[in-house]
Design a protein around this ligand. Structure first.
Ligand code: ZN
Length: 235
């Protein structure tokens, strides 16, 4: 694998991303191949009364590392499956690693590194001054963004979502269900194959990451439960 390929897979380059002008238009940086299909999806959403917006697109290794290290050291809340903060001092290091992984990817293993994956919401349904959190109560039945997601479900089921699907559609005992997280399958599929445990191990070994030894000891399980364990389109 080339250096560029390993850097792309693990969030350590930005060369695959769209232009600054496109990022301005979308409100986020994404993979350059995602711009057109996202704008098509956004257009269709607009016709149905939704203002589809990206809250978070590309995220670098350094950004993911910062989230991880702050959660590992108690500077950022670690949430349980119901999005309730945990008392991390009561957890073993292994329990803490798996608790963080429920809502936050291991640095190097986030699909946001690829720029193919996006967290979305409906600006038209967001109350004035409300800060979007990306939590289940926003997207579940009765939530402000539920209608958008029901519409998206329909598009995805009809294979009319321009290549987007939901990798975290249901609870697979790995990453929590994240209805807001969309992935552009045509570009992401190759990256899924490229991100091996070996590459992840090398990346973690080189990183200044909290809980490094516990992560390395449990890496095969982490890889199976949180990296490859996704809902796949048409499966
Ligand atoms: Zn996401």
């Amino acid at each position: 694998m080339t250096n560029f390929a390993t850097a792309l897979l693990t969030g350590q380059t930005e060369q695959h991303l769209c232009s600054a002008v496109e990022a301005e238009l979308l409100g986020a940086r994404v993979h350059r191949e995602v711009v057109r299909p996202f704008l098509q999806l956004k257009d269709e959403a607009r016709s149905s009364g939704f203002d589809l917006q990206i809250l978070s697109g590309f995220r670098s290794f350094e950004q993911q590392l910062s989230i991880w290290n702050r959660k590992a050291t108690g500077k950022l809340a670690v949430l349980d499956s119901n999005a309730v903060p945990l008392e991390i001092e009561r957890l073993s290091e292994r329990e803490l690693v798996f608790a963080i992984l429920r809502w936050s990817a291991l640095p190097g293993a986030s699909r946001h590194h690829w720029g193919t994956d996006l967290d979305v919401y409906d600006l038209a349904a967001r109350p004035e001054g409300y800060e979007v959190e990306l939590i289940p109560e926003e997207v579940d039945a009765g939530g402000m963004f539920c209608p958008l997601h029901e519409w998206l479900d329909g598009r995805i089921a009809a294979d009319a979502a321009f290549g987007f699907f939901r990798p975290y559609e249901r609870d697979r005992q790995g990453v929590a269900p994240e209805r807001w997280h969309l992935s552009y399958a045509p570009a992401a599929a190759a990256y899924e194959r490229g991100l091996t445990t070996e590459l992840l191990r090398e990346t973690i070994q080189k990183a200044d990451i909290e809980l490094k030894e516990v992560v390395l000891q449990n890496l095969d399980e982490i890889y199976e439960r949180f990296v490859t364990n996704i809902s796949r389109p048409f499966a």
